[in-house]
Ligand binder design. Structure first.
Ligand SMILES: Cc1cc2nc3c(=O)[nH]c(=O)nc-3n(C[C@H](O)[C@H](O)[C@H](O)COP(=O)(O)OP(=O)(O)OC[C@H]3O[C@@H](n4cnc5c(N)ncnc54)[C@H](O)[C@@H]3O)c2cc1C
Length: 857
């Protein structure tokens, strides 16, 4: 065993072996995988081996597609068979709602380059004759599904990595991890100490324990999972003989069942409602190649439906029941990336579908470690998406909820109840008493809308407009016509201070830093010139800046800030989280209202648009930004939590004479739509350049050499390929939700690079570390494959949208090829909503206050 390596990967399951292979492929060959026992000694050996491409997050779906494509390469390099069976699969819908869900997934697939097809139950039965098709209303066919041999595949990764020079040490538990002052690690194992620059936690069932070695409680929990294998079935053999094909995989949402052919019989697994965590607090170190006792009673309700839906299976004898544990994060997606607050400590764990996702996880993590960037949009699996509130107990409740809902539809307006409330502001009970329908915003309870008095404050979940529609409309109109107040505690807030703070921010941000008492809006880019942040920055003092951003990105952004902090201590950064809360007032009467709450002049002359001032509001010390996301005249008021009730009460009392209303997040988001304002993680993501994102006026290429400047300058010089646009949609009773394809009447025109997908070659970098043009790191954005229908082609995708209540229009934002972005012609675009293509028209200028006169006051 070597005593010094560049990186140690802990854990020899499918994920660890994939990370090892990808690191070696990216050129890091001085690396070592350390495995406690033999390879596949966690979940990997007893997996059902199924793989598929579909995922609710299109970016994760792309990485799943990469994983499936990789297996051929892996077999060739390693000489080890993965026993790949690319059978294809069908997803069965038993209700119109589930069919809507499949239509949505199919529409998404159009811009991901997936060849899914909506088919009838009879067509599905022809591929899997053991079903009773009368139980279903429709189905979706996906050709990129199948199964493989889990152990063979893990070994194939390990052999391929070894061929490239990586070392694998077996039967050697890692017992301790200690960090050196220079940020490197001593990995203390049974066989001795290995010094490594980087450590990767791929501990699977023990990932939590390895996290604890470095003082981190990772949000992962193992669940018991069962599948059964039948005796050989004559029906299966007959089908194979007659068609020359294997039966396809089937996913039955109602039965919470997946099933497929395994040898001459059937494999059938369930995600039962009565699910059971395994080792909820500590994973025993002596657990290895063992199975858990089967518990048929637990899965009986699923089996009952399963046998009704697939009567052909009921007759078969059960040969074996497998019950094994595997881990989940609270939302079911992996935890990948560097852990904020620790240097050179990486995770790739919580991977619940190692054979669909392991390859993509390995690729993204190796890119990240070797090149400093994952090369794709991996937010959906970034470990930074969880905050401190994702504790052991939170994770337990959420993982159980997620497991039991694995095959349930999540509606766009659906808030899930488990582990709530986690964090609350001092106004929580006040809001609840006012009939607020609360939502979870990065672990914080936030008012979404206010239900009429006397009604239950509850969303009726739907893909269509629902019971909040009238109320949200009323809130919007009240703000636009009078004044409204809303909670904004769910923003991220940071303070950057010290003598180096201005230089630091000028180096990270694309815009110039403001003068004292002023505010700027500014994106932040990575080295590849892609958008990794969008902030409001106020200068509170000569060497003090307040930064406001996306709540969900707090850890993601802190990780970036910390990475770039100067070593000389000249910059300090503080994340407030819920130690600073806020209220926003907006509407034509907002200025008059604020004037009643303060003892100084806040007229437009004295306190202009984009001014910042520290002042007492309603008697409480506060910081005030003269800006709001409503795009109206308005203010953001920030205070310590202890003052929030005082300020709120003062606002409500003083606002009576102006007819003040409370409004929630839904009204806020509706108002931003009619201003064409983008949102972080929807319109603005690390796959888009700043000019693609239409952020031109915040990009000061001339100011200094900020991170991403050269790439941004090149994007500008070459002209962006894509462009963010806003569209007016002729919607029926359903507005866009995000991820719908945008069609255009372009008579088969091909949009070049925009029309290319599944380009998963490893990103290439030149000697200076810059991405090579045309490689995946350089192109970044997901891309539309050539999907045509006569004169019409899919040219782009929706990022978000909804109903803009004040202008009374259904609006969408999304990306289209730049050359189409200013084409406002009628009849040029259509957006596919729930399977129906609805006419849409680009509107370049915001529909509300296009000249921005109202917000300037
Ligand atoms: C019944 C069942 C069916 C499944 N079906 C499917 C399926 O059809 N498709 C699919 O994609 N996925 C399936 N899965 C899930 C799949 O098994 C997991 O996604 C995958 O195995 C996770 O791999 P991993 O490498 O992250 O973890 P693991 O396989 O748990 O590997 C972790 C490794 O780390 C080692 N380790 C831990 N701590 C240390 C230490 N301190 N020192 C050294 N080594 C250490 C362990 O010994 C182990 O070998 C199934 C799982 C189960 C249980």
């Amino acid at each position: 065993m070597k005593s010094h390596v560049k990186a140690v990967v802990i854990g020899g399951g499918v994920v660890g072996c994939s990370v090892l292979y990808h690191l070696a492929r990216a050129g890091w060959t001085d690396i070592m995988l350390i495995e406690r026992s033999e390879l596949t000694s966690g979940s990997s050996w007893h997996a059902a081996g199924g793989f598929h491409t579909l995922n609710g997050d299109p970016n994760v779906a792309k990485l799943q597609a990469y994983t499936v494509q990789l297996y051929k390469e892996l077999e060739e390099i390693s000489g080890q068979s993965c026993s790949l069976h690319l059978t294809g699969g069908v997803m069965m819908a038993d209700t119109p709602e589930r069919m809507d869900f499949l239509r949505l997934a199919h529409a998404k697939g159009r811009y991901l380059g997936m060849d899914t097809e909506l088919i009838t139950p009879s067509e599905a039965k022809a591929m899997f004759p053991l079903m009773d098709e009368t139980n279903f209303v429709g189905a979706m066919w996906d050709p990129v599904e199948g199964h493989l041999d889990p152990s063979g595949t893990t070994i194939a990764y390990s052999k391929a990595a070894k061929k490239l020079g990586a070392e694998i040490v077996l039967r050697n538990p890692v017992r301790e991890l200690t960090q050196q002052p220079d940020g490197t690690w001593n990995v203390i194992t049974q066989q001795g100490v290995v010094h490594a620059e980087h450590v990767v936690n791929c501990g699977g069932l023990w990932a939590r324990e390895i996290g604890r070695m470095v003082g981190v409680e990772l949000p992962v929990l193992a669940m018991e999972h069962m599948y059964l294998l039948t005796e050989p079935m004559p029906e299966v053999e007959a089908f194979n003989r007659e068609t020359g094909r294997e039966m396809v995989g089937v996913l039955d949402f109602k039965g919470e069942i997946y099933t497929r052919q395994e040898r001459n019989g059937i494999l059938l697994g369930t995600y039962e409602k009565a699910c059971k965590p395994w080792s909820p607090v500590n994973t025993p170190w002596d657990f290895g190649h063992e199975l858990l006792p089967p518990d048929l009673d637990r899965i009986a309700p699923s089996l009952e439906i399963g046998f009704k839906h697939f009567p052909g299976i009921e007759k078969a004898g059960i040969k074996q029941i497998i019950n094994g544990p595997f881990t989940f994060a609270p939302d079911g997606n992996p935890l990948v990336g560097p852990v904020q607050g620790l240097t050179n400590f990486w995770v790739a764990c919580g991977v619940m579908a190692g054979f669909s996702q392991g390859g993509g996880v390995g690729l993204a993590l190796s890119n990240w470690m070797v090149n400093g960037d994952p090369g794709f949009d991996v937010w959906g699996m970034d470990v930074a998406r969880w905050g401190e509130w994702a504790s052991l107990r939170y994770t337990n409740a959420k993982v159980r909820e997620n497991y039991s809902r694995r095959f349930s539809i999540r509606f766009p307006n659906e808030e899930l109840p488990a582990a709530r409330p986690a964090q609350t502001t001092p106004l929580y009970d006040v809001m609840v008493a006012q009939n607020a329908v609360m939502g979870d915003s990065w672990g914080l309870e936030t008012p979404l809308w206010f239900a009429p008095k006397g009604t239950e404050p509850k969303d009726i979940v739907s893909f269509h407009r629902s019971n909040d529609f009238g109320q949200v409309g009323a809130e919007v109109r009240a703000v636009r016509e009078k004044v409204g107040v809303t909670e904004i505690a769910n923003f991220a807030k940071y303070e950057v201070s010290g003598s180096g703070s201005e230089d630091f921010l000028n180096r990270l941000m694309t815009n110039r830093m403001p003068k004292k008492g002023r505010i700027v809006l500014t994106p932040m880019l990575n080295e590849f010139g892609k958008l990794i942040g969008d902030f409001t920055i106020a200068r509170a003092g000569d060497e003090r800046f307040m930064i406001f951003g996306s709540s969900a990105a707090q850890k993601y952004h802190m990780r970036w800030f910390e990475k770039h902090l100067p070593k000389d201590g000249s910059v300090r950064i503080h994340r407030f989280d819920q130690t600073l809360v806020g209220l926003s007032i907006a509407g034509p009467k907002a200025q008059a209202l604020l004037q009643k709450l303060v003892d100084e002049d806040v007229s437009t002359k004295a306190f202009k648009f984009m001014d910042f001032r520290e002042m007492a509001v309603g008697g409480a010390p506060a910081m005030v930004n003269r800006v709001t996301y409503t795009g109206d005249l308005g203010y953001e008021i920030w205070m310590q939590p202890a003052y929030q009730r005082l300020v709120y009460a003062a606002i409500k009392a003083a606002g009576q004479e102006f007819g003040i209303v409370d409004f929630g997040m839904r009204a806020l988001l509706s108002m931003r739509l009619e201003k064409n304002f983008p949102t972080w993680f929807r319109e603005l993501r690390p796959i888009y350049g700043p000019f693609e994102g239409a952020m031109d006026r915040f990009i000061r290429l001339e100011k200094n050499d900020f991170v991403g400047r050269d790439a941004a300058a090149k994007e500008k010089a070459d002209g962006p390929k894509l462009r963010r646009v806003s569209l007016i949609v002729d919607a029926l009773d359903a507005d866009v939700m995000g991820d719908e394809p945008i069609w255009a009447k372009v008579n088969g025109k091909d949009f070049g690079a925009v029309g290319k997908t599944h380009d998963f070659g490893a990103p290439r970098f030149d000697a200076t570390g810059k991405p090579v043009r045309g490689s995946t790191a350089a192109t970044g954005a997901s891309a539309v494959r050539g999907i045509h229908d006569g004169e019409w082609s899919v040219v782009g995708w929706v990022t978000s949208g909804g109903y803009a209540h004040f202008v009374e229009k259904s609006l969408a934002q999304g990306y289209v090829p730049a050359e189409l972005a200013e084409n406002e012609s009628e009849g040029m675009f259509e957006i596919e909503i729930l399977g129906h293509r609805r006419p849409a028209r680009i509107n370049v200028q915001p529909l509300f206050d296009p000249a921005g006169e109202k917000m300037r006051g």
